[in-house]
Ligand binder design. Structure first.
Ligand SMILES: O=C(O)CCC(=O)C(=O)O
Ligand SMILES: [Fe+2]
Length: 313
């Protein structure tokens, strides 16, 4: 049997006029992929090549800063700031920018990293984050249309905030080095959109337990459901397990737009509940879930934290 693959779906902006026939086809492909794997690859043209080059240059600039400067990026929310030198994941380093689609959010971190400013960095971050957030909105409106939950979706979009995370992976040491970049996990976000530069490594697990290798390309954006999307859709779209395995001799750089829902409780839309589909999750607050996941013993040791936090058995 051929190894499983993620669907590659064209998201060219000129074909995505809402409810046009090409929009409807794209919507049905995206929904099929999300319900099957919780993820797909969007071939998206909203990030021009120059911006793509600029954001990866920005990433190198950022990781080249001294560790004590990077450590100044602290946040109240776990995993939104700087992470590095984790004993279980020695190859991995990452740095987040909260509210990355707003000038205020971007300027705040730029000033901490470069007190005298870095206009190239802040401009690239803002433009890239806005372009990827647009892809998020397009996908969300497809989910909404397909389930008939447009109103619920619009209020979610108004409450969506985006963290841009830069990620860097070193090569394993020697032939015997452990290739594990990031341990298998599902994301604590509502949705995540990943983008990587040349070097592969990301693998996504199918429901049957096989690992799919994702091939990087400049216009590929991996759209992936997080735990909170799974709860909101009453389990129709599941958050897939994924991991990073390093291979070869090149360092790997990737980027992720992680979307979170602020100041609005996550509640399953009534349309997704009926006799055959009773509610599987209680209403909850996204940030309280993150806190549970990262800071409580129950959350840390749970096999499926979203189920143990707000699942209805
Ligand atoms: O670097 C990647 O491609 C994936 C990183 C990831 O899964 C995460 O940070 O949650
Ligand atoms: Fe992840």
């Amino acid at each position: 049997m051929a190894p499983p693959k993620l669907s590659v779906i064209g998201f060219s902006l000129k074909n995505l006029i809402p409810n046009s026939s090409s929009w409807i086809t794209t919507c049905s492909e995206a929904m099929h992929a999300l319900e099957e794997h919780g993820a797909f690859i969007a071939k998206y043209d909203g990030v021009p090549q120059e911006l793509d080059d600029a954001i990866f240059l920005a990433s190198r600039d950022l990781f080249d800063l001294p560790t004590d400067v990077k450590l100044l990026n602290t946040t109240d929310t776990p995993y939104h700031g700087y992470t590095g030198q984790i004993p279980s994941m020695p190859l991995f380093e990452s740095l987040g920018i909260e509210n990355a689609t707003t000038t205020g959010g971007v300027e705040k971190i730029t000033k901490v990293m470069w007190p005298s400013g870095n206009e190239n960095f802040s401009k690239s971050v803002l433009m890239f984050s806005k372009a990827v957030a647009e892809l998020y909105q397009i996908v969300m409106r497809m989910v909404a249309k397909s389930y008939g939950i447009e109103e619920n979706c619009e209020s979610l979009l108004e409450s969506s905030v985006h963290v841009l995370r830069f990620m860097k992976y070193l090569c394993p040491q020697g032939d015997e080095g452990n290739p594990l970049g990031v341990v298998p996990h599902t994301d604590i976000s509502f949705m995540t959109i990943l983008h990587e530069k040349q070097v592969k490594g990301l693998q996504i697990k199918t429901k049957e337990g096989q690992w799919i290798e994702v091939d990087p390309s400049p216009s590929s954006f991996i759209v992936m459901a997080g735990d909170v999307c799974m709860a909101w859709t009453n389990g129709r779209i599941e958050a897939p397990y994924h991991r990073v395995m390093m291979q070869g001799k090149e360092e790997r750089y990737s980027l992720g737009i992680f979307t979170f829902i602020r100041d609005l409780n996550i509640q399953i839309p009534q349309k997704l509940i009926d006799e055959d589909n009773p509610p599987r999750f209680k209403e909850f607050d996204h940030y309280k879930y993150i806190h549970y996941h990262r800071y409580t013993n129950d959350g840390k040791k749970s096999e499926c934290p979203i189920e143990s936090y707000c699942g209805i058995n």
